[in-house]
Write a protein that binds this ligand. Structure first.
Ligand SMILES: [Zn+2]
Length: 59
C-alpha cells in the first residue's frame, strides 16, 4: 500500500456491560468485548466503526 494511514489506540467502554478495553481503530477484523462478546469495533475494509463509547484516545 502506498498510503500509510496511522491508526490510534482507543479506550472504549462497552455499552452493554461497562467493560473497558483498549482497541485499535484501524483494526483489520472485528473486535469483541472480552466480557460479553458484543462487537465493539466493526471492520469496514481499512477503517473501523467504533460501536462502543470512546473514553480515551491513546497516542
Ligand atoms: Zn461487554
Amino acid at each position: 500500500m502506498a498510503i500509510h494511514r496511522k491508526g490510534q489506540f482507543l479506550r472504549v467502554r462497552c455499552l452493554d456491560c461497562d467493560n473497558e478495553q483498549i482497541v485499535f481503530n484501524k483494526s483489520a477484523s472485528n473486535v469483541k468485548c472480552i466480557i460479553c462478546g458484543k462487537t465493539i469495533v466493526r471492520s469496514l475494509g481499512g477503517k473501523s466503526k467504533i460501536m462502543a463509547k470512546i473514553t480515551e484516545v491513546i497516542r
